[in-house]
Write a protein that binds this ligand. Structure first.
Ligand code: PLP
Length: 448
C-alpha cells in the first residue's frame, strides 16, 4: 500500500509512513515507534536524520571495512553505470568479472584458485554447500551427502545456511530444514576462557568431536564441514589456535571437504587478509561477501581449490559443468565496486592494518573489565565483544539498552543476545577507538 503522506527522498526529512517495509531481523513495532534513521555516511561516521554524527563501531554490518563513501569506489561505480550497467554472465562475459576473480585469487590463501560470484553471504553459503555436494557426485561418491555445521554458527538465512547453522531462533520457525545435517559443539567456554585476550587457550580438543561424528555416520556419507574461523554474529566466538588445524587434519584424513565461512573474517577483519591466514589453515572452499565490495553493492564470492574446479571440468566441452548461478553473478557494477575496494585495501594496507591496531583495540576493550554487568570480554584483530550478565527473565534487554544509549550518545555498536559486538572500519584511529570504548563504558554505567 502506498501512502500520500509518505515519503520524501530528501535527506533532511524522515519518511513518516514506515509501515510498508517489513524490516529484517528487527523488532518492527518497537523500531517504528522511535525509528533510528541514517541519512548519510562518510569515512568513520554516519549522519542521522536529526543531524547527529554517529561513530560507526560496526562497519555497518561488518562490511564497510574501508570506511564509508570512499571516493575511488564511488567513482568506479558511477563510471561503470554509464559504461556497462548490466551484462549477463550466463554464456556471456564482461572483463571486470574476470579481472575481479583474478584479484581475489591474488590475495587469497594459496591453493584457492577459482571464484564463483554471488550476491550475498547467504548465497555464497548455499553455493559452497552445493559445490561440495556436487563435487562428490561428479567424483562418483554420491553417498557423501551429509553436511556438518556447528552450534552457535551463523551461515546466513537460506535453507542450507540455517540447516548447518546453529541458532535456534533462526531455525525453529521453518520446519525440519535440510536432512542429513549434524552439528559439532562451538568452542566458546565462559568458565575456562573468560577475559581471554586474542585467541583463547581452551578448546582445541573440541575439534575431536568431528571424529565422533565421523564414527557415528561413517566418512563415506559426509560431504563437508562448514565453520566460521571466528563466529561473529553470534557474539565473537574465537577458537583456540590448534582447533581449525585439527579440523583440517580430520577432514583431510576422511576425504571430507572443509569450508570456511569468511563472510565476516574475510578482507582484513582479523588483521590478516582472511581468517585462514590468521590460523594458518587453508580450507577447500572459502565463502566471502560483505567486505568484498566494502558493503556498497551486494556481492559475494566463493573460492574453491583447483582440485574441486578441475573435477567439474570433464565431459563434453559444450556441456554446462555446474548448474548453478544467479542473474547478478559477477554483475558489472558489483565487479567495479569490488575492484575499487580491493585497490583501496591495497593502497592503504587495510588487509593487515587490523594487526597494527589490534593491541590498541585490545587494551581499550579490556579496560571495560569491572564495569557494571560485564562478565566477559574477548577480541581478535579489529573485532571484539563484551558479554553482559542477562537480566533474569528478560534476556537481550540489557545489551539492547546499552546499544540504545550508545546510539543516543553518538556511537554505533551491535548486539546479539546479551553481547555487545564491535567491528569498526579498518581505518579507525587510536582516538576513535577510545571514543568507541568510552561510549560503551558510559552506556554500561547508565543502564540497569
Ligand atoms: N555467513 C556469515 C558468517 C555471516 O556473518 C553472514 C552475515 O552476517 C552471512 C553468512 C550471511 O550474509 P548475508 O547477510 O550477506 O546473506
Amino acid at each position: 500500500m502506498g501512502s500520500d503522506t509518505a515519503v520524501s527522498n530528501s535527506n533532511a526529512v524522515a519518511p513518516n509512513d514506515l509501515s510498508a517495509f517489513w524490516m529484517p531481523f528487527t523488532s518492527n513495532r518497537q523500531f517504528k515507534q522511535s525509528p533510528r534513521m541514517l541519512v548519510g555516511a562518510k569515512d568513520m561516521h554516519y549522519t542521522t536524520s536529526d543531524g547527529r554524527q554517529v561513530l560507526d563501531g560496526t562497519a555497518g554490518l561488518w562490511c564497510v571495512n574501508a570506511g564509508h563513501a570512499r571516493p575511488k569506489i564511488v567513482e568506479a561505480i558511477a563510471k561503470q553505470a554509464a559504461e556497462l550497467d548490466y551484462a549477463p554472465a550466463f554464456q556471456m562475459g564482461h572483463p571486470k568479472a574476470f579481472e575481479l576473480a583474478n584479484r581475489i585469487v591474488d590475495i587469497a590463501p594459496e591453493g584457492l584458485d577459482h571464484v564463483l560470484f554471488t550476491n550475498s553471504g547467504s548465497e555464497s553459503v548455499e553455493t559452497a554447500l552445493k559445490v561440495a555436494l556436487a563435487y562428490h557426485r561428479v567424483k562418483g561418491e554420491g553417498a557423501r551427502s551429509r553436511l556438518i555445521g556447528r552450534e552457535r554458527a551463523y551461515h546466513g538465512v537460506n535453507f542450507g545456511g540455517i540447516s548447518v547453522g546453529g541458532i535456534v531462533t533462526n531455525r525453529k520457525m521453518f520446519g525440519s530444514l535440510l536432512g542429513g545435517v549434524d552439528h559439532m559443539p562451538h568452542t566458546h567456554n565462559l568458565a575456562k576462557n573468560a577475559y581471554s585476550k586474542g585467541v583463547p587457550e581452551y578448546g582445541t580438543e573440541l575439534a575431536d568431536e568431528l571424529e565422533r561424528i565421523v564414527t557415528l555416520h561413517d566418512a563415506s556419507t559426509i560431504a563437508a564441514v562448514i565453520v566460521e574461523p571466528v563466529a561473529g554474529s553470534t557474539g565473537v566466538l574465537i577458537p583456540p589456535m590448534g582447533y581449525l588445524k585439527r579440523l583440517r587434519e580430520i577432514t583431510k584424513k576422511h576425504g571430507i571437504l572443509l569450508i570456511f565461512d569468511e563472510v565476516i573474517t574475510g578482507f582484513g577483519r582479523l588483521g590478516t587478509p582472511f581468517g585462514a591466514d590468521y590460523y594458518g589453515v587453508t580450507p577447500d572452499i572459502m565463502v566471502t561477501a560483505k567486505g568484498l565490495t566494502n558493503g556498497i553493492i551486494p556481492m559475494g564470492a566463493v573460492l574453491v581449490s583447483a582440485e574441486i574446479h578441475d573435477t567439474f571440468m570433464q565431459g563434453p566441452e559444450h556441456m554446462i559443468e555446474f548448474f548453478h548461478g544467479y542473474t547478478y553473478s559477477g554483475n558489472p557494477m558489483a565487479s567495479a565496486a569490488g575492484l575499487a575496494t580491493l585497490e583501496t585495501y591495497k593502497e592503504e594496507g587495510l588487509l593487515t592494518r587490523g594487526a597494527e591496531m589490534a593491541p590498541i583495540f585490545q587494551d581499550a576493550l579490556h579496560s571495560l573489565k569491572g564495569e557494571p554487568h560485564v562478565i566477559d570480554i574477548r577480541n581478535i584483530g579489529l573485532v571484539g565483544a563484551v558479554e553482559l550478565d542477562p537480566i533474569a527473565g528478560a534476556p537481550t534487554k540489557r545489551a539492547f539498552s546499552a546499544f540504545l544509549k550508545c546510539y543516543e550518545d553518538g556511537v554505533l555498536v551491535r548486539t546479539t543476545g546479551d553481547i555487545i559486538a564491535m567491528s569498526p572500519p579498518l581505518i579507525i584511529s587510536e582516538s576513535q577507538i577510545g571514543e568507541l570504548i568510552d561510549g560503551v563504558r558510559t552506556a554500561l554505567r547508565s543502564i540497569d
